[in-house]
Design a protein around this ligand. Structure first.
Ligand code: GLA
Length: 434
C-alpha cells in the first residue's frame, strides 16, 4: 500500500510540474508602465516622464500616499526598455545606468519599504519587443537568478523575436527557474497571445500549471475601440477562457487605461466593471500624479474591487446579447452572491432596459441589490420587473446578494408556507473584502 502511494507520487512528480509559488490567489493589482509611458527613454528635458527610476519612485509615492495600496494596488511594474543594450561582464542583464542610477535593487528596496512590490519585464526571444536584450533559452537560469537577487516580485515574459519551438521550451523552463530561486515571483506569460489565444494551439491546463497570469490577446491602446475589441474577444471565447481561470491563474485582458486620454467617465466605468466581471488583473497604466478625481474614484471603487477580488476566483460570463444592443454579464461570487453588469453598445441616448432577475436565471427569492456606482440599495423579488437606464457605452453594475431563505416561523404545521416571506438579515450586507 505504502509502496503504491510512493510509486504514484513518484509518477505524479515526474509527469507534472506545478507553479507552487502560492501567489496571486486573487487577481494581482497595481501599476504598469507600458500603455502610458511606452519606450520613452528620452529623459533629457523631462526625467520624470520617461522610463526612469524617478518615474517609478513617483508612482510608488502616489500608490502609498493616495490610498491605492490599501485597496490592493501594490505592484509597481517596469515594462520594456529598462535595460542597457549590453549584458554585464558576467552575462547578467543590467539596468541602464543613466536612467536607473541606483539600479533595480534600489527601486525594489524603495518599494518594499513602503509595502509595495516590484515587477519587471523580459522576453523569451533574442530581443525584447522594443529591441533590448532578450532572454533566450541559455539565459533563462541566470536571468531568473538575477531577478531573485534584485528581490523582484513579479516577472512578465514577452515573446517577441522567438518561435513556437523555443516558446514551448522557454515558458515552462522559466517557470522552473523562477521556482528554483526560492523567491516567490509571480509569473506573467505572454505565450498564448503569440499562439492566437485559443486551443488547440494554446494549452490552458498547462498554462495554469506554469504561470500565474497570461496575456491571451493583443495590446490595449488608449482608445475605446481597443477596449471594445478586447471585451468582444474575451466574451466571444468565454467557454474556453472561463475554465482556465481560478485562484493563482488568471486570463489577462491587459491594462486599465482609465485616467488616460481616450475614455469618457462612462467608458471608464465600463472598463472597470467588465474587468471585474472577467476576474482580470487590475494593472493601471496612467499617470497617478495628475489623474482626475473622476477617474480616481472609479479605480478606487471598493465594491468593484471587491467583486474583482472575490476569493472564489470564478471568471464571469456574458449571458445576453439583446437586439437593443444591451449586453448583460454575470459573475458568481462567494456566499451565494453575484455581480451583474448591464452594458450599452448603443450610441444614441440612455436606454431603459426592462427585465427581471428571473429572466436573468436567478432562482426564486428576494435579493438585496446594491448599485456599485450610485451606492443605492434596493430589494427585489426574482419575479419583479425592473428598469435600468444605461448610458451609451456605459454600464450599470450591481452586486446581488444571495437569495433570502424562507423564514421557518412562517410555516404552518403541515409545512406549507403561510405567506410569501423572505427572512431577515442573512443577505443584507454586500460583502466587501477590503
Ligand atoms: C508587447 C507586449 C506589451 C509591451 C510591449 C513592450 O507588445 O504585449 O504589453 O510589453 O511588448 O515592448
Amino acid at each position: 500500500m505504502y509502496f503504491a502511494v510512493f510509486l504514484s507520487a513518484l509518477a505524479l512528480s515526474a509527469t507534472t510540474f506545478a507553479l507552487d509559488n502560492g501567489l496571486m490567489r486573487t487577481p494581482p493589482m497595481g501599476w504598469l508602465a507600458w500603455e502610458r509611458f511606452r519606450c520613452d527613454i528620452d529623459c533629457t528635458d523631462d526625467p520624470k516622464n520617461c522610463i526612469s527610476e524617478d518615474l517609478f519612485i513617483d508612482m510608488a509615492d502616489r500608490l502609498s500616499e493616495d490610498g491605492w495600496r490599501e485597496l490592493g494596488y501594490v505592484y509597481v511594474n517596469i515594462d520594456d526598455c529598462w535595460s542597457s543594450k549590453q549584458r554585464d561582464e558576467k552575462g547578467r542583464l543590467q539596468a541602464d545606468p543613466k536612467r536607473f542610477p541606483g539600479g533595480i535593487p534600489k527601486l525594489s528596496r524603495y518599494l518594499h519599504d513602503r509595502g509595495l512590490k516590484l515587477g519587471i519585464y523580459g522576453d523569451m526571444g533574442t530581443l525584447t519587443c522594443g529591441g533590448y536584450p532578450g532572454t533566450p533559452l541559455d539565459k533563462i537560469e541566470i536571468d531568473a537568478q538575477t531577478f531573485a537577487d534584485w528581490e523582484v516580485d513579479m516577472f512578465k515574459f514577452d515573446g517577441c523575436y522567438s518561435n513556437e519551438t523555443v516558446q514551448e521550451k522557454g515558458y515552462p523552463l522559466m517557470s522552473k527557474a523562477l521556482n528554483a530561486t526560492g523567491r516567490p515571483i509571480g509569473y506573467s506569460c505572454s505565450w498564448p497571445a503569440y499562439q492566437g489565444g485559443l486551443p488547440p494551439k494554446v494549452n490552458y491546463t498547462q498554462l495554469g500549471e506554469i504561470c500565474n497570469l497570461w496575456r491571451n490577446y493583443g495590446d490595449i491602446q488608449d482608445s475605446w475601440g481597443s477596449v471594445v475589441s478586447i471585451v468582444d474577444w474575451f466574451f466571444d471565447n468565454q467557454e474556453v477562457l472561463i475554465p482556465a481561470a481560478g485562484p493563482g491563474r488568471w486570463n489577462d485582458p491587459d491594462m486599465l487605461i482609465i485616467g488616460d486620454f481616450a475614455l469618457s467617465m462612462d467608458q471608464s466605468r465600463s472598463q472597470m466593471a467588465l474587468w471585474a466581471i472577467m476576474a482580470a488583473p487590475l494593472f493601471m497604466s496612467n499617470d497617478l500624479r495628475t489623474i482626475s478625481s473622476g477617474a480616481r474614484s472609479i479605480l478606487q471603487n471598493k465594491m468593484v474591487i471587491s467583486i474583482n477580488q472575490d476569493p472564489l476566483g470564478i471568471q464571469g460570463r456574458r449571458i445576453l446579447k439583446e437586439k437593443s444592443n444591451i449586453q448583460v454579464f454575470w459573475r458568481p461570487l462567494s456566499d451565494g452572491a453575484s455581480a451583474l453588469v448591464f452594458f450599452s453598445r448603443r450610441s444614441d441616448m440612455p436606454y431603459r432596459y426592462k427585465t427581471s432577475l428571473k429572466k436573468l436565471n436567478y432562482t426564486t427569492g428576494s435579493y438585496k441589490v446594491y448599485d456599485v456606482f450610485t451606492d443605492k440599495t434596493t430589494t427585489l423579488k426574482d419575479s419583479t420587473d425592473f428598469v435600468v437606464s444605461v448610458n451609451p457605452s456605459g454600464v450599470v453594475m450591481w452586486h446581488v446578494s444571495a437569495p433570502a431563505k424562507l423564514n421557518q416561523r412562517h410555516f404552518d404545521r403541515r409545512g406549507n408556507a403561510m405567506e410569501s416571506v423572505f427572512g431577515g438579515d442573512e443577505n443584507a450586507i454586500p460583502r466587501v473584502f477590503l
